[in-house]
Design a protein around this ligand. Structure first.
Ligand code: FAD
Length: 429
């Protein structure tokens, strides 16, 4: 039997109700401007049964941001909209980690409960429509620059503005089109390859426990995930001895410091002036490793008064592709920590032709205002992307080191800077 399709018309549709998708909602509440944002209607579509939780609490590692960041969305005027007093216990639990990182799974109850308050708020606000346990399957961009979002329950949301916040998918290095480095065939080793994304969700604990003291583990990739997974491995398997875990990457890792002086005190000098944020004077404010990954790399470099960490080594591929190939052959386990790709929803024009995005080849889906970019790199009016792997780089006046070319992935951005840029655009501020 065909599903009956209903069509609702709103000013703003949001696909994905995780940390990024709820970012503009929480920011508007915090700034006491939610009525203005919701005027004309907001529809929020989320595949799972929870708002705000997304995927972040599935990772069995500590946050690479201070725990305090996760509570910032409860400040300002949020209390005018949500009965935050009901979250007193959850907030108290998070405050126990004040000034430090927090295990990401310890955020679950807080995020889920705050998400529930947003759900209840939506249920009683006539301007708000919530579609939980519902997936957006297709977007059509109409000639008038408005959008139709087709849901798996047969409904269609017609929106003037559309925010895509569907999270990221971990990059699969075994796929045909993936080229880690010329001359390196990752598929030849597929049987002993796993993804960092699975390891840090605890899905490969049996395999890790089996690793012996002489096991050789190669991690490919040099960013946060590579160092997070290395840290996870040495903590999960105490058998691992010196030289067990080898991180191989195309570029050198970077370390975050509060200031140039702090870096100098730590005897870290692997940076130039263009790696310093002109506003905050932080070194590698955006690209630098933080928290556990940072601590591990500092130990590997024996910086400050750290004791040397010999179980993990870092290798820059540079002209050593041949050596890496040999290492891959002799490795017991190969871990791909190759980052994330934006989980874009299929998009078409009114003639049913697919629309391609700049990000599918560049990994930068959005410009510095969170506008999604078409294949030619031009912004698509009223269409925004935010969240994991959207490729957002803050504008120079928002801070960050001029040398930065990567992605900024962090809840603070989704609930503050990125949310503000999107809200200003939608509200014409
Ligand atoms: C290993 C790891 C550690 C991280 N640690 C930190 C940290 O310590 N601090 C920090 O600030 N950030 C961290 N991040 C970055 C980021 O904050 C998190 O990844 C966060 O979960 C991203 O939020 P998101 O909303 O973009 O994506 P997700 O959390 O994945 O949420 C996306 C949501 O969209 C829904 N969805 C997807 N497709 C559809 C669809 N078609 N229709 C409807 N709904 C859909 C999903 O169900 C999900 O709820 C980390 C990221 C990773 C990978």
């Amino acid at each position: 039997m065909n599903k009956v399709s209903t069509c609702i018309k709103v000013k703003v549709a949001i696909i994905g109700g995780g940390p990024a998708g709820t970012g503009t909602i929480l920011k508007a509440m915090k700034d006491n401007s939610f009525e203005e944002y919701a005027d004309g209607g907001i529809a929020l579509v989320e595949s799972s049964s929870d708002l705000l939780v997304g995927s972040i609490t599935k990772f069995l590692v500590e946050s690479d941001t201070l725990s305090d960041v996760f509570l910032e969305c409860t400040q300002g005027s949020t209390n005018n909209y949500l009965p935050l007093a009901q979250l007193q216990n959850e907030i108290t639990e998070i405050k126990k980690y004040a000034g430090s990182p927090i295990p990401l799974n310890a955020l679950h109850t807080f995020l889920q409960s705050l998400g529930k308050l947003i759900e209840n708020f939506f249920a009683t606000n006539v301007q708000c429509k919530l579609f939980l346990r519902t997936t957006a399957q297709k977007i059509v961009i109409k000639k008038n620059n408005e959008f139709d979002v087709f849901l798996n329950n047969g409904s269609i949301i017609s929106a003037k503005h559309l925010i895509i916040a569907t999270g990221g998918i971990s990059v699969n290095g075994l796929q045909d089109e993936f080229n880690f480095r010329d001359g390196i065939d990752l598929k030849a080793h597929s049987k002993k390859t796993i993804n960092a994304h699975d390891i840090i969700q605890g899905k490969s604990n049996d395999l890790i426990a089996k690793m012996r003291s002489k096991s050789k583990i190669i991690i490919l990739g040099g960013s946060h995930s590579a160092f997070s997974v290395a840290d996870y491995l040495i903590k999960a398997n105490k058998n691992l001895k010196d030289n067990s875990v080898h991180i191989w990457a195309n570029t050198k890792p970077k370390l975050f410091y509060l200031s140039k002086e702090d870096a100098q005190i730590d005897q870290y000098d692997d940076f130039t002036e263009s790696d310093i944020c002109p506003i905050t004077h932080r070194v590698f404010r955006l690209a630098g490793l933080r928290m556990n990954g940072r601590q591990l790399y500092r130990k590997m470099l024996v910086l400050g008064d750290e004791e040397i960490e010999k179980r993990v080594t870092f290798n820059l591929i540079s002209n050593q592709a041949h050596k890496l190939n040999e290492e891959l052959k002799s490795a017991d386990l190969i871990i791909h920590a190759l980052g994330y790709r934006f989980n874009m929803v299929d998009t078409y024009n009114e003639s049913h032709d697919p629309i391609y995005y700049y990000g599918s080849t560049s990994f930068h889906w959005v410009n510095d205002h969170c506008n999604l970019l078409n294949e030619q790199g031009q912004l698509i009016p009223n269409l925004f992307g935010v969240g994991l792997a959207s490729g957002f780089i803050p504008k120079a006046n928002a801070g960050g080191e001029p040398s930065f070319t990567g992605q900024t992935n962090g809840l603070w951005y989704y609930q503050n800077k990125a949310a503000e840029l999107i809200l200003n655009n939608i509200l014409n501020l």
